[in-house]
Structure formats: C-alpha cells, structure tokens
Design a protein around this ligand. Structure first.
Ligand SMILES: [Zn+2]
Length: 71
C-alpha cells in the first residue's frame, strides 16, 4: 500500500494570481456579461440596435426563461 497517496508529503504548488493582474480580466468579463444580458434581455425587444428579427429569434427562449418581457 502506498502511504504517500493518502498523506502526501509535498504540498501542491499554488501561486495566487495578484488582484492587480486579475482586475482587467474581471472588468472585461463583466462587460461581456452586461453585453450578453443586453442582447438576451432587450435587443430587438425594448430597444433595437440591429435591424430585423434574427437576434430576437435567436435569444427568444432564453428571454422567456429569464423572465424578460417579450410579447
Ligand atoms: Zn416571446
């Protein structure tokens, strides 16, 4: 029986990412999330930046699932 498997003597190498390096990516991800919420929730519904109904049809089920007003 390999005792080392159950009680490893080496601690895993973990180097935390500094907040200063992480922050731009968090802001970027937040902006992408806001853009996704806009397109799912409002585009070609309450507002319309892109003409036509393609975006509306593409996100229609998600819009109903999340409870945004649709029709
Ligand atoms: Zn609908």
């Amino acid at each position: 029986m390999n005792v080392g498997t159950l009680s490893p003597t080496l601690a895993p190498v973990v180097s935390p990412i500094p907040l200063r390096e992480l922050m731009p990516w968090l802001v970027f991800a937040g902006l992408l999330m806001l853009l996704a919420i806009y397109f799912v929730g409002a585009e070609q519904g309450a507002t319309s930046l892109i003409p036509g109904m393609y975006v509306h049809e593409f996100v229609h089920d998600g819009r109903h699932l999340l409870g945004f007003p649709c029709h």
